[in-house]
Design a protein around this ligand. Structure first.
Ligand code: AMP
Length: 457
């Protein structure tokens, strides 16, 4: 028996899965699909790359197809909430792919584009709606969308929703849903507010935890570069010119920083594109399409914009600025070494980021290997941990007055007066074994499907 058949999937869905090139269910699919077909609620601890979209899309499609709407009326029967436009578009595209042999209709709605085409699609009737919370509530408030016929509600990447301040909007959406429905919540991590949300939302849920496949982390080679803030761009150019990655994502802290960096790369003859929240949807789509097609080898991104981008063959991830939350580092690095490939992850650490580095290394429970063989290397004082703006300021003043940067290699440890962080134990209960990963499947699959849905233009 076909392994997807043994999970209880109907023939039209199995055919679509074969078309997609999948031969074996991923672990989350194997555990989730039978429970969801049996109408159970679900709490899924899993990240992008685990195959979770198909894990919820396939049974959702099957349940809706088994009990079609009355003719002439197509209310929204399945609602999927996602934190970002890119992820929403990708989920919508997955429903489209898997539902191709079924008579169901779907659309995706998100902000940053005109609402006209989205409203027209909703008016024409939609069974499955994928949405970001803001635009969804906006359309509900305008009386253009009702959620009172939703039978299946999926909350995807709930922890990211929390990070983005969407918890109140989500609670409002939930209050608009009918009382009887199937609920699914997916989250890569389970911080307190998400656990609380889950316990209010889910009734007797099946819980599925999917660890990243073993050995995945081992396929990522890490390197840490200690570099002054002012030298970061030049170091990046140096590395990119030396390593010539096929596809590279560079993470910056700010939108402004992403723009500035792309200009600097351009000046050095490196073709790159920036993607962040201030870019229009059209510009984001163009940047992504260029990246997928290979015309643009370097994508400079902020975390929020990069969330949900699902591209397999990224061979280098650069943490140009270290993230504030160490978990974000794990998410970023998980973009390389996917689908059985190897990858490299580079982290830049400047004089103000040693505290962030310590947090990351504590979460990983191992130090990142320092690479000193580079022209902009500066002494890395792993114990310096500027903690307050005043300390940072006095660091900067000391740097301005001190000897030239290269000479500071010999500076005594502890300069800056900040306390050393505890460097062992504790942690967040997560090892270094996080990141993306997938189980075979189509090679070089880049499924960024927005622009094809009705939300276009
Ligand atoms: P997701 O975790 O939903 O973002 O899925 C990650 C990737 O895995 C997507 O590109 C899917 O196309 C792919 N995928 C999902 N299910 C399977 C499967 N059973 N076999 C191979 N690849 C899959």
């Amino acid at each position: 028996m076909n392994p997807f058949e043994s999970l209880g999937l109907s023939e039209p869905l199995r055919r679509a899965v074969v078309d997609a090139g999948y031969t074996t269910p991923t672990p989350i699919q194997a555990q989730t699909i039978p429970a969801l077909l049996a109408a159970r609620d679900l709490l899924g601890c899993a990240q992008t790359g685990s195959g979770k979209t198909a894990a919820f899309a396939l049974p959702t499609l099957q349940r809706l197809a088994e009990a079609p709407s009355r003719p002439g009326r197509r209310p929204v029967r399945a609602l999927v909430l996602a934190p970002t436009r890119e992820l929403a578009a990708q989920i919508h595209e997955s429903f489209h792919t898997y539902g191709r042999y079924l008579n169901l209709k779907g659309t995706v709605i998100y902000g940053g584009v005109g609402q006209g085409p989205q409203v027209a699609a909703l008016r024409a009737g939609v069974d499955i709606l994928v949405a970001t919370p803001g635009r969804l509530l906006d359309l509900c408030d305008q009386g253009l969308l009702r959620l009172d016929a939703v039978e299946i509600f999926v909350l995807d990447e709930a922890d990211r929703m929390l990070d983005m301040g969407f918890i109140q909007p989500i609670r409002k959406v939930i209050s608009m849903l009918p009382a009887v429905r199937q609920n699914l919540l997916f989250s890569a991590t389970m911080p307190g507010p998400i656990a609380a949300l889950a316990s209010g939302l889910l009734r007797d849920p099946v819980r599925v935890d999917v660890e990243k496949p073993k050995g995945d982390g081992a396929r990522t080679t890490h390197a840490l570069y200690s570099v002054g803030k002012a030298d970061k761009a030049r170091l990046l150019v140096h590395l990119l010119q030396a390593q010539r990655p096929f596809r590279c994502i560079v993470f910056t802290r700010t939108k402004h920083g992403a723009n500035r960096l792309t200009l600097q790369l351009e000046k050095s003859g490196l073709v790159s594109a920036a993607i962040h929240g201030n870019k229009s949807q059209g510009a984001r789509t163009r940047a992504l399409q260029g990246f997928i097609s290979g015309d643009v080898g370097i994508l400079v991104a902020t975390d929020i914009a990069a969330r949900g981008i699902d591209i397999d063959d990224i061979d280098l991830v650069v943490n140009y600025d270290l993230p504030d939350a160490p978990e974000t580092f794990v998410h970023r690095v998980g973009r390389t070494a996917r689908a059985g490939r190897t990858g490299a992850a580079i982290a830049f650490c400047d004089e103000e980021e040693t505290g962030l580095l310590a947090d990351i290394e504590r979460l990983l429970r191992q130090p990142l290997p320092l690479s000193t063989d580079q022209p902009f290397h500066q002494h890395l004082d792993r114990h310096a941990r500027p903690q307050t703006p005043a300390q940072l300021q006095s660091e900067r003043v000391a740097q301005r007055q001190g000897p030239p940067r290269r000479d500071r290699d010999a500076a005594p440890a502890g300069r800056g007066g900040a306390a050393a962080p505890p460097r062992h134990g504790g942690g967040h209960g997560q090892g270094a074994s996080h990141g993306g990963g997938r189980w075979g499947g189509p090679s070089a699959g880049a499924s960024v499907g927005h622009g094809r849905g009705p939300s276009r233009g």
